[in-house]
Structures are given as C-alpha cells and as structure tokens.
Design a protein around this ligand. Structure first.
Ligand SMILES: Nc1ncnc2c1ncn2[C@@H]1O[C@H](COP(=O)(O)OP(=O)(O)O)[C@@H](O)[C@H]1O
Ligand SMILES: [Mg+2]
Length: 277
C-alpha cells in the first residue's frame, strides 16, 4: 500500500502527468497543478518525480501544515536550510538560497502533496514566495498535488491571482480496463513472480476492473486478498469466482467492522443512560 516507485507502472496517464511536471519545471513555468481522486497515484508520482530531478534542488512536503508559518518552516527545513524563527527571516533565508542557486545555474522545486488541505492564507503565501523572479523566469517552481476539491478551492476570489498564474495543469484519471490488467501483471513481475507462474483469467481481470473502477489503491487491496487466497489454496490460475469471493470477504469485513463499531456505540449510550445490560 505504500507509494513505492519501484513498482511504478507508467500508464499513459501517469506518463502524461510526469511529462506535464517535467515540462513545467524545466521551462520554469512557476506553478503546476496535478489533481486526482484518492488512490490514483499522485504520491507515487511525487516520489518518482524526485528520483528524476537530478540537478534540481527540491523540497517535498507530504502532509502540509495548514498554516502559513508551518508550511514555510517545512519548506525551509526540507531544503536543509537554517533560519531564524519569524516568517520574515524564513522568507529572507529562502530568497537568499534561491538567488544563490540561480547564480549556480540551478533550478529549485517545491512539491506540496495533499495541497487541498492548505488554508487560503497558506496558498496565498506560496504565491508570494514565487514573486521572487528574474525578468524572464521563475526562481522557484511550485507543484501543487491534491484531490479534486483543490481546483474548487483555487476558484476562491481571494486566490484569483494564484489561480491565474497556474499555467500547467493535469488531472489524473483512474486506469481503464486494459491498463488495469497490465498494471496487475506489471506489479506481479516487479514483486518477483516469474512469467507464466500465475495467471489471471480475462474474467478475473475484468471483475477486478469492474469492482475497483481502475483505482490503483483499490486494485492493490483486492489483488492482495485474491493472491492470499490463491496461495492458501495453492492455485496458479486466478479466476472470476476467486475475485468475487475476495470482494465478498472485503465487503463482509468492512460491514462487520462497521457493525462492531455501531454495537459499541449503542453500548456506550446505554451505559451513559445507566441501563443495565
Ligand atoms: N502508477 C503506479 N504504479 C504503481 N503503483 C501505483 C501507481 N499508481 C498508484 N499506485 C499504487 O496505488 C496506491 C495508491 O497510490 P498513491 O500514490 O498513494 O495515490 P494518491 O496519492 O493519489 O492517493 C499505492 O499503494 C501505490 O503503490
Ligand atoms: Mg497521496
């Protein structure tokens, strides 16, 4: 379940997202926005991007603090800089660093994952950060990664200036049926499964797609369950029935957790009311 780039499957969509990022960063476009629903592979792409940014200084903020000060501290720290405690001192430190890097002919990137959590004030602060620029190009490239509600947030009146300056945008969609099949085969191979050792029938892969709608995170959860069952039953061919059973198990588990939770809540209410059970 971890976004490990070792398992990276470059679907056309993931490739396009990475190409948008490389274009925006290398051409110094300033702001780049990548959106996608939960589990489509945004964090995986962040990690892969970091691997690819060879001669570029980068800061990756995975769980952004909601406040301007907190976010700024995280950026300064991730670049490995030391600074005074006030916001002004931090901005000055960052500016000095960026100018220095510019003179050394280098580019700098800040990637903020889960950006939909940033407050309006923090987003506006990020815009001000990028005000430091030479006549031709931005000294810092800022990548916002986030769930689709980030786009709605950026429509806010107070963020009009920021929104207008985001020129590179990409929305990551889930995989289609064929990509889902290829994704499963790819991950099996990287995990060390020799070719032909284990097969998913077309019907099985189709069921995985229908149930997960091509969201990689959900595919992982379902296939993990299916593979565990295949291992226990010593089966080398995964068929539709096995997938259906795994779906039932997962749904059953979810509803039993739900029911237990509901039961305990009811118990709490009875206890508070002094009912003897
Ligand atoms: N292109 C991909 N290649 C390999 N695994 C992926 C890919 N996209 C997503 N995943 C897997 O799916 C899960 C969810 O991906 P993640 O990057 O955390 O999604 P998001 O950040 O959009 O919620 C992770 O376990 C990751 O390993
Ligand atoms: Mg993520």
């Amino acid at each position: 379940m971890t976004p490990n780039p070792r398992f990276l499957f470059l679907s056309k969509k993931h490739e396009e997202a990475l190409a948008s990022l490389s274009y925006g960063i290398n051409k110094r476009k300033g702001f780049i926005l990548i959106t996608g629903e939960i589990g489509t592979g945004k964090t995986t792409i962040c990690r892969e991007l970091l691997n690819r940014l060879k001669d570029i200084d980068s800061a990756l903020i995975l769980n952004p603090s909601l406040t301007e000060g907190g976010l700024l501290t995280a950026i300064v720290d991730d670049f490995g800089l030391t600074s005074g405690r006030s916001i002004k001192e931090k901005i000055d430190t960052l500016n000095r660093f960026l100018l220095e890097r510019r003179e050394a002919g280098r580019n700098a990137v800040v990637i903020i994952d889960e950006s939909q959590h940033l407050s309006i004030k923090a987003l506006e602060m990020v815009r001000l950060l990028s005000n430091l620029e030479t006549e031709r190009e931005k000294l810092i490239q800022i990548v916002f990664m986030g769930q689709p509600e980030l786009r709605e947030k950026l429509e806010n009146k107070e963020l009009k200036q920021l929104n207008q300056r985001i020129v590179v945008r990409y929305h990551l969609n889930p995989l289609d049926c064929e990509e889902t099949f290829d994704y499963i085969l790819h991950r099996l191979k990287v995990a060390g499964c020799p070719e032909g050792f284990l097969t998913f029938t077309n019907g099985a892969a189709d069921r995985v797609f229908r149930h997960t709608k091509g969201y990689p995170r959900l595919i992982n959860v379902l296939c993990d369950r299916v593979l565990t069952a295949a291992y226990v039953e010593n089966k080398k061919v995964v068929d539709k029935e096995m997938v259906l059973k795994a779906i039932k198990d997962i749904e059953g588990y979810k509803s039993s957790v739900h029911n237990t939770w509901g039961f305990h809540r009811l118990l709490g209410i009875f206890r508070r009311r002094g009912t003897v059970l």
